[in-house]
Design a binder for this molecule. Structure first.
Ligand SMILES: [Zn+2]
Length: 296
């Protein structure tokens, strides 16, 4: 008797789940379709909004590339970003921003890099990279040059150029016509340099996310180092990874290896969301114009 009752209960439960998930899918589909209306090629994608390259099947990949041939390349690092932010902050921010942008414009988000170039000094036979080196910091924000915990990303400029070039060749071969690369500052600067070369070699148009009017206001995408801007973006995208309590109190000195406006007084998830909203709007306009040019 008891077994039959349990079986009946299970049946009712399974039907509830099936009906519930089914209606959610219908709702999801119609709302995605609604949003995609009048947005050119994105409407061809129907309700499909899987945007991560690594998760697509060949059929899903073909449809997305045919509709909108844009690849997004998050340029990450495993690098000290203050005591309060995760080591993968650079990739997590650009990856998170690109997912939102790809859902708006179409296109596919590549996995994040974690190798990148940076400045290097050798002192007494020991190599120091990027934020390890305190020499360019203003006096009030200075600290002794040191190996900051967790950083493991540095490659020489030429090596990074080779990695990028191979990536561009492969993305072009796979059918992309536009690549947006952004993230870690020195990686993004390197990416910018090759614009004309990749256009000639692979017929690719490339963009990064800097250059808007918001950068100077601290509302760009990754326009400082672990300070108010990057902290706000991680707070908006991955709040569970931020530990503000790890930073010293405001009257206890400047946090080590943090460059820019004070994250302790100026960072917030709202500020991060505002930066994402402003730059998504700006980049969507740039990319839609670039897509139109491709079609001409
Ligand atoms: Zn960063």
């Amino acid at each position: 008797m008891k077994g039959i009752q349990i079986m009946n209960c299970m049946r009712v439960f399974i039907w509830c789940v099936v009906l519930g998930v089914g209606s959610l899918m219908v709702w999801g589909c119609s709302s995605e379709k609604g949003r995609a209306m009048n947005k050119g090629n994105v409407s061809k994608l129907g309700c499909e909004q899987k945007v991560l390259y690594a998760e697509l099947t060949p059929q899903e990949f073909r449809r997305r590339v045919a509709a909108v041939p844009i690849a997004y390349l998050p340029l990450g690092t495993l690098e000290w970003h203050g005591e309060h932010l995760p080591l993968g902050s650079d990739g997590l921010q650009s990856y998170g921003f690109f997912i939102e942008l790809a859902k708006e414009v179409g296109g596919i988000v590549c996995p994040m890099y974690f190798l990148g170039p940076d400045r290097k000094r050798v002192i007494d036979g020991v190599e120091y990279y990027g934020m390890d080196i305190a020499e360019n910091m203003p006096e009030a924000k200075g600290y002794p040059t040191q190996q900051l915990a967790g950083s493991a990303y540095w490659v020489p400029d030429e090596t990074f150029g080779t990695i990028l070039d191979a990536t561009m060749k492969q993305l072009s071969r796979a059918g992309f016509r536009i690549v947006v690369g952004h993230g870690h500052g020195p990686s993004t600067n390197a990416f910018k340099q090759y614009h004309d070369e990749w256009k000639d070699k692979y017929g690719l148009e490339t963009f990064n996310c800097w250059g808007g009017p918001y950068d100077r206001q601290g509302l760009g995408i990754q326009v400082d180092h672990a300070a108010a801007n990057e902290t706000s973006l991680v707070m908006a995208l991955r709040p569970e990874l931020v530990q503000m309590e790890r930073l010293p109190a405001v009257d206890q000195g400047w946090p080590v290896g943090v460059g820019g406006r004070d994250p302790r007084t100026m960072a917030s998830a709202e500020r991060g969301r505002e930066a994402i909203r402003l730059n998504k709007e700006r980049m969507a306009k740039i990319l839609r114009e670039a897509l139109e040019k491709l079609e001409r």
